[in-house]
Design a protein around this ligand. Structure first.
Ligand code: NDP
Ligand SMILES: N[C@@H](CC=O)C(=O)O
Ligand code: NA
Length: 430
């Protein structure tokens, strides 16, 4: 039986899962591919570190170039993270005609076009199913399952760490800091968890989803990005009171070839299926012109779910190696990218305003909204909590409004004396 030799970069959370699956499911994998999958070399930072899996110490090296330059190795599995240096390793591996599998969304989102071009030039596979939504086979679904349709909207909970934090804050009143530490311990968070909580990890994943779904090269500058670090327990309580749940949503839309894409904490109506996606689970809603609404659900992070996707790529690459068709998917004709302006981005919004508690205040506020063509769905004045009888809070949900109009109204609130503070603003979905 033909042997396919695998060189790994990284043996942490995901890498350990890959070793477990390749070893534990070897017989099934052989039956499916017709080849033996052999782990040949593994680069780590510290070969003396204790590991979650047992591997032959002779396989380990602290020099990734030893893996890349090994002429026996057919496939590089990159599960170490990092961007610039890692890009160098991957480009070098492709240059040597090796197939590449990666779980690295930062790398693909930031340097995808260059890496894909190199893979196409060398007729090599570059596969990255694990980079988006851990265990959900969403990239293959977008590229293959939806190849007959025109995708118009992708809405996703695509970061497990923040969904885990928001769920614990909502259901148990847990503190943001405590839950973040727990998510790190469980292997969900990135090496630098700022990427999770400030929305960058989700943004990288939305860039990948949007690029594959709409056939354009999206980049970081195309997104509005807001994370969850400023979501307060008061916001969560207000959402609950009105029948909403706060979720960090990535939203990519295409309308007449105009695209908008963002990542932001969003008020999701409790009746919407995304509102009940909890814990480390992810879900991606895909709207296609022909198919209508579809939703894909599963674990978004963690060792075994993520490794499932890596090894599925390994099966696909192995099959391609045996039939000699590697690289056939690396080139795709891309559309010209046209982004919506702020006037064209339309949504409902929720906001909490801290205002003076006196006659005429509400009239002033609604007039400002009217000046910018924003009509209101509901206005709720909270009972004064007694700490300051001169001031109170109102909660507003708008009808569909342009982002430009909303920003102008918010700037106006800064100027008028009766609005003491804009406490929070959220997009509303569902
Ligand atoms: N954790 C998750 O749930 C998911 C992670 N990912 C992505 O998978 C990748 C890996 O994540 P994860 O497994 O969590 O990360 P870990 O930090 O758990 O593992 C990283 C591994 O890479 C090794 N490594 C790091 N830098 C180097 C280097 N310069 N040279 C050699 N080895 C190096 C580390 O070595 P050592 O062990 O010696 O320190 C470690 O084995 C990242 O790109 C991440 O974004 C994607 C989906 C889900
Ligand atoms: N840190 C990421 C890991 C998977 O991509 C997450 O929390 O989703
Ligand atoms: Na996936």
């Amino acid at each position: 039986m033909k042997k396919i030799r695998i060189g790994m970069l990284g043996l942490g959370t995901v890498g350990s899962g890959v070793v477990r699956i390749v070893e534990g499911h070897q017989e099934d994998l052989q039956r499916q591919t017709g080849a033996e999958l052999v782990l040949s070399k593994i680069a780590v930072r510290d070969i003396n570190k204790s590991r979650k899996v047992t591997v032959d110490p002779a396989l380990l090296t602290e020099d990734p170039w030893e893996v890349i330059n090994d002429p026996e190795i057919d496939v590089i599995v990159e599960v170490m993270g990092g961007v610039e240096q890692t890009k160098e390793y991957i480009l070098a591996a492709l240059d040597k005609g090796k197939q590449v599998i990666t779980a690295n969304k930062d790398l693909i989102a930031l340097h995808g076009p260059e890496i894909l071009a190199k893979a196409a030039e060398k007729r090599c596979d570059i596969m990255y199913e694990a980079s988006v939504a851990g265990g959900i086979p969403i990239l293959r679904t977008l590229v293959e399952g939806f190849s007959s349709d025109r995708i118009t909207k992708i809405v996703g909970i695509v970061n497990g760490t923040t969904n885990y934090i928001l769920t614990k804050m909502t259901q148990e009143g847990a503190s943001y800091e405590d839950v973040l530490v727990e998510a790190q311990r469980l292997g969900y968070a990135e090496q630098d968890p700022t990427s999770d909580v400030e929305g960058f990890d989700a943004a990288y994943k939305m860039i990948i989803l949007g690029s594959l779904g709409f056939h354009v090269h999206l980049s970081l500058n195309d997104l509005d990005i807001r994370g969850i670090s400023k979501v307060t327990s008061d916001d969560i309580a207000s959402a609950k009171r009105l029948g909403y749940t706060i979720k960090l949503l990535g939203i990519a839309e295409r309308q007449d070839d105009l695209i908008s894409i963002s990542v932001q904490p969003t008020m999701v109506k409790d009746s919407h299926p995304l509102a009940s996606v909890n814990g480390v689970f992810n879900a991606i809603y895909v709207y296609g012109q022909a198919v209508g609404e579809t939703m894909f659900y599963g674990p978004g992070a963690g060792d075994m779910p993520t490794a499932t996707s890596v090894v599925a790529d390994l099966v696909a690459v192995t099959r391609n190696l045996l039939t000699g068709i590697n690289g056939s998917r690396s080139s795709m004709i891309m559309n010209e990218k046209k982004l919506k302006s702020d006037e064209q981005i339309v949504s409902k919004y929720f906001m909490r305003l801290h205002v003076a508690d006196k006659a005429g205040v509400l009239a002033k506020i609604t007039q400002i909204f009217a000046d910018y063509d924003i009509s209101l769905e509901s206005v709720l004045q909270l009972p004064n909590n007694g700490t300051d009888e001169q001031e109170t809070e109102i909660i507003i949900i708008t009808h569909d409004a342009s982002k430009a109009g909303l920003n102008k109204a918010l700037a106006k609130f800064e100027e008028i004396e009766v609005v003491k503070a804009v406490r929070s603003v959220y997009r509303v979905e569902g």
